[in-house]
Design a protein around this ligand. Sequence first.
Ligand code: GTQ
Length: 350
Amino acid sequence: MTRSNDNAAQLQQLYNEMRPQSLYPLWEVLADLVTSQPRSPALAWRWEYAGARDYLLRAGDLISAEAAERRVLILENPGLAGRSGITTSLYAGLQLILPGEVAPCHRHTQSALRFVMEGEGAYTAVDGEKAVMAPFDLVLTPNWQWHDHGNTSGRPMIWLDGLDIPTIRHFDASFAERLPQAAHPETVPPGDSQRRYGRNLRPMRASTADRRPAGQPLFHYRHADWRPALADLAAAEAPDPVLGHALEFLNPADGGAIMPTISAHLRHLPAGFETRPRRSTDGTVFVVVEGRGEARIDDEVFTLDDRDILVVPSWRELTLRATTDLVLFGYSDRTAQEKLGLYRAAAAGG
Ligand code: GTQ
């Protein structure tokens, strides 16, 4: 045996002896642990809405919302098999509530957003306050707030659930509990928070705190409000070359992101507009709200059509092109990364 072979054999022998003691040599894995740039196992992927919707409606014939607790099809990233994530930190699912159903009241340490895909008149109740939902409304159920969903309209309702499930799993910080009754008793009339906090104002009180948690007063961002805001912005100025017209949803309490772990935003790309290529460390989920276009992610091209869902993993180069006027909703873990000092973004050519 040569000296180097002998050395390799001795190292292997050392590894074999250490292994039962739960010891492992860093030098064998260091280059995969501390990489010069992100190498997400997540894949760029697009789900066509119509196809996913068919499967969801079939599930609707076979299991009730009550029995399922939440009747949801998980949009699992094909690069993250078995992990129920659409990115490494975030989850996405399509939830169906049929007329007359209630998805029973529970709360958990995971924070959630709902982005309505179709249907009108169903509600999410947060701590007993109903938000009656319309297409492309955004509704939040922040960490540890009671929530149930119900449908008193005559039609099925489908929305996209965006949660921080993989983040909470990462921290081993999941707690959840069920309310004994299916629906939380009504605490205030529907729209109460919206009236008090929804127009960049807040109630003045001589004493006593407000009913809503001080840090998170608002949980319903209506399409009827955000769409004109985006249209006004697009009419007033040229699109940003990297983002197009873009608006972020804010928490009015502090001007920050909507929830501690999830940021959400809107884009409007005028017909024919193409963004400059950009990458960022926040893997992002997009929903097509209006129009058609194309997303190029590194060398892959995905067509974007009505209500399709696209995921762009961390640090993949994204170029968006609008065939017709294109409106997108997006969410990511940007705010969590910013708090940890991790967030980075770079556009090609500057
Ligand atoms: O509506 O509370 O898609 O707890 C996954 C977990 C929805 C919900 C999901 C949940 C919910």
